[in-house]
Design a protein around this ligand. Sequence first.
Ligand code: ADP
Ligand code: MG
Length: 261
Amino acid sequence: MSRTDPSDAPLLAATQLHKRFGANEVLRGIDLTLHRGEVVVLIGPSGSGKTTVLRSLNGLETPDAGTIAVDGGPEIDFAGRVSSQQRFALRDRSAMVFQHHNLFPHFTVLENVIEGPWRVQGRPKGEAIDAARLLLDRVGLADKENARPHQLSGGQQQRVGIVRALALRPDLLLFDEPTSALDPELVGEVLLVIKELADEGWSMVVVTHELSFAREAADRVLFMDGGVVVEQGPPAQLFGAPQHERTQKFLTRILRPLDGT
Ligand code: ADP
Ligand code: MG
């Protein structure tokens, strides 16, 4: 069930994104639209271009062609000249959570969280600290603000990574395989936080192969292969009745006994 009003301008509309690295054509015409409050899960084999899509949406990667428009605003046309101002505008909209948390090892948890809002965005330090404490409390890490990353479990580190993204107050959260580097017993606590954010109405694109998460949280699942979106649909449709052979083969490979069928 979609929690969005389709008459609203999309939060994000990407059309025909193309990207090549040398001879390797990694994105071959990706269309992706996201409305406010929508949760899109991106699945696909390794090397299919999922990370490159997220990095393009975040302004970390510049596609060779295609357009991205935010909130019905003017579109950035990557076939033409893209100013750094346009790239920064895109970057400001979203915050990314990576497979590896990328926390600063010599900073405390609190220092890691306030770095973006305080030093990069220039918000008052006290305000950044208050906001960081609220967010840490929400993910059950209120008592860890003075810990260094190495003193935390992988799941706790990843929850700090999520808080650090939230502290930037983005419109859009991008998750790139946020649990794939975790020991299996730590995956659940991180997925639970992401699920709660989804339930609260955050707009997000999540690359993950955790199909039970996708079933519960996603409004739409996109299956990518070879730099194109092969098919997309609500999770029940995509997992229950995939239309394309490539999707069927991929799902068969990643479905684990726990997921039933
Ligand atoms: P996925 O996240 O689906 O595994 P990626 O988007 O990371 O796929 O990568 C798609 C392809 O692009 C891979 O073949 C990868 O090696 C290549 N690639 C990604 N980033 C770069 C880069 N900066 N330079 C060269 N090749 C890259
Ligand atoms: Mg990737």
